[in-house]
Design a protein around this ligand. Structure first.
Ligand SMILES: [Zn+2]
Length: 396
């Protein structure tokens, strides 16, 4: 068993020390950090180097004595494959242990029923696995739509897609491919990428809110993703008399501030007021089109985003009072695209909370872009690389 396997634990602890706790440490520094003898630390380091997880950088002289050889993650050997459902497509990325994207692809989805969506996913995963020249950690990272149960890897429901029965996604993928699947909600995955690669190192408690056709998010406490419970930030009730949500409640955040709410508000105003959103005449109204127009200063587009900014601000102010994060990130397709929306939400949130709360809590725009959720899903694989690579010890 991995849990009482001393060699496995030593390797995992040393990898954590090299990856997170210390910066390009020498063997002596790692030994000191982990409370091991230098001989034991060297032996473990050697195993990690042989397994392709750690590499030695060029020797540097630190003060007097023998020069130390810094250890770092090996960016060349192992890679992780992640995929995520994003704006009508499955996006795929391959990243190395340092998080660098070495391959990215996108496959459009033509039908949104569960079996078509899953078929496209599996076809994509297998074709990428077969065609890339990289060694893959044996696990597929999946950023799925909807409410994903962490324990079973099943989608309980995805209201924005009209999926209301349980879909055992992890089981389906593992049965059809023979490879372990690590499934999480796509915006929870996006948050994972944001925290790891978005330069938020100084914050310990973060709320990431992804806004697209659905709304969901991730919460980090003491820099650890809360991933063992099925919290649903998109279904916080904002207005008990508001529009009906796919979940059956009225006035959920998702029903009031998702892309669907934005588009239906824009279409209604357009039908009632001649000349409203004139620049979009003859085009399909999408969240991306409204965000782009608002960015160029168009007042009509801005008034549409104002409409969803308020429920977002109410939800964020409520979460702030409950959790008091150091930082809030607004991402997902709409958050990533619209500085105007994020600025507007920030103003409205600061109006609703106390000065000392707002002084300590920046509200920022997501930085990961369209491949963010797929990068996050691959990051999920990286976070579990030891367990995926070794059943016993840490020798490959
Ligand atoms: Zn709901």
């Amino acid at each position: 068993m991995q849990n009482d396997d001393l060699e496995f634990l030593n390797c995992r602890n040393m990898l954590q020390a090299i990856e997170v706790d210390l910066e390009t440490p020498s063997r002596a520094q790692v030994a000191q950090h982990l409370g091991l003898s230098r001989t034991a630390a060297s032996a473990i380091a050697q195993k990690l180097i042989k397994a392709g997880l750690v590499t030695e950088l060029e020797s540097v002289r630190r003060g007097r004595g023998r020069p130390g050889t810094p250890l770092a993650l090996d960016g060349h050997t192992w890679h992780a494959l992640g995929s995520a459902f994003y704006s009508g497509a499955w996006n795929f990325v391959v990243i190395n242990l340092l998080g660098k994207v070495v391959e990215s692809r996108s496959i459009a989805i033509t039908a949104t029923d569960p079996s078509s969506v899953i078929d496209t996913l599996i076809t994509g995963l297998l074709s990428i696995k077969e065609s890339i020249p990289y060694k893959l950690i044996p696990g597929f990272g999946i950023g799925a739509p909807g409410l994903v149960d962490n324990r079973s890897g099943s989608i309980f429901r995805a209201d924005d897609l009209g999926w209301q029965t349980i879909i055992p996604l992890k089981e389906i993928i593992e049965t059809r491919t023979g490879i372990p699947a690590l499934v999480m909600n796509r915006y929870r995955a996006n948050g994972l990428a944001e925290i790891k690669f978005g330069n938020h190192n100084r914050s310990h408690n973060i709320i990431y809110l992804g806004i697209g056709t659905g709304i969901s998010g991730s919460i980090y406490l003491d820099q650890v993703l809360m991933n063992s419970t099925n919290y649903r930030l998109g279904h916080i009730v904002i207005d008990p008399h508001g529009p009906l949500c796919g979940c059956g409640q009225k006035g959920c955040l998702q029903a009031m501030a998702g892309e669907g709410a934005l588009i239906s508000y824009a279409e209604q105003r357009k039908a009632q007021e001649p000349g409203f959103l004139q620049k979009l005449d003859g085009q399909q109204i999408t969240g991306a089109a409204i965000a782009a127009l608002a960015g160029s200063g168009d007042q009509d587009a801005r008034s549409c985003l104002d409409q969803i900014a308020e429920p977002l601000a109410i939800a964020i102010a409520t979460l702030t009072n409950a959790i008091a994060p150091d930082e809030i990130i607004i991402g997902g397709p709409l958050g990533d695209l619209s500085s105007y929306l994020v600025d507007r939400v920030r103003t409205l949130v600061y109006d609703r909370i106390l000065d000392w709360q707002s002084a300590q809590m920046p509200i920022l725009k997501g930085s990961q872009g369209p491949f963010g959720p797929a990068i996050g899903a691959a990051t999920y694989v990286l976070n579990n690389k030891m367990e995926l690579l070794f059943t016993q010890g840490c020798s490959s």
